[in-house]
Design a protein around this ligand. Structure first.
Ligand code: ATP
Length: 236
């Protein structure tokens, strides 16, 4: 089943044409990676899906509902949840308080406690540090907190914006293996990354974005082996 379908999407910032007639889809259960260099338009696509930026052309359909005119809060309620680039955690609040904010869709305490338990099982380090201020976490732990907070809203489709940014290699591997596990437990994932190698190695399918246009698509494995991707993104 196609969960998200983007058709002929264009986005402008004033005179800047940041996304140019982009079409792609994400099927239920997949990890799809959108890779591309700095400024290719990846974040713009995620922000447009989340309702933070309005498209100038094209359609976006999530679970059979059009997104173009849907307000951002309703998009979140429908199950499309973004983990933003740079985490955007509330650094003065504790780990627990950050997670509770992610559960605002589930005001029922028993339900949110149950979800919190699964988040702590997934990220034991967050349970260990639940009363610590979020600012005291390492970069990798902050990324886990941002992902945990998103999971508190029970996403159907999790949008991840550069989860590896600024992390040491050991944390990068850990974050990607957690993304894979979250997916295996039933959450569909759209991942955008500059780290093409890691992003494609966990993806069922991928797309390559260059200056606002999609230039290649294929399975994660085929893209990893393609000479264009190797030359442009993998230093080979
Ligand atoms: P990065 O990895 O650096 O975040 P990206 O692939 O996510 O890159 P975008 O951030 O989507 O790329 O940017 C795409 C283009 O749109 C760039 O040329 C950028 O300068 C421009 N752009 C992004 N946000 C704005 C904005 N708010 N106003 C004007 N131009 C913008």
């Amino acid at each position: 089943m196609v969960m998200l379908k983007v058709d002929n999407l264009s986005v402008h910032y004033g005179m800047i044409h940041a996304v140019k007639k982009v079409s792609f889809e994400v099927k239920q259960g997949e990890i799809v990676s959108l890779i591309g260099a700095n400024g290719a338009g990846k974040t713009t696509i995620l922000h447009t899906l989340s309702g933070l930026v309005k498209p100038s052309e094209g359609t976006m359909t999530f679970m059979d509902e059009p997104l173009e005119k849907m307000p951002a809060a309703k998009i979140v309620k429908s199950g499309l949840i973004q983990v933003p680039e740079g985490r955007h955690i509330f650094s003065g609040l504790t780990v627990l308080e950050n997670l509770e904010l992610g559960a605002y869709l589930y005001p029922n305490r028993a339900e949110s406690q149950m979800i919190m338990k699964t988040v702590f099982e997934r990220f034991p380090v967050l349970a260990e540090r639940k009363n610590q201020e979020a600012s005291t976490l390492s970069g990798g732990e902050q990324q886990m907190l941002a992902m945990g907070r998103a999971l508190m809203s029970r996403p159907k489709l999790l949008l991840l914006d550069e989860p590896s940014m600024g992390l040491a290699p050991i944390f990068i591997r850990e974050i990607f293996s957690i993304i894979k596990e979250i997916n295996q437990q039933g959450t569909t994932v759209l991942l955008i990354e500059q780290n093409a190698k890691m992003a494609l190695s966990i993806a069922d399918r991928g797309y390559v974005l260059e200056t606002g246009k999609l230039v290649l698509e294929g399975t994660g494995e085929n893209l990893l082996q393609s000479s264009e991707v190797q030359k442009a993104y993998l230093g080979g």
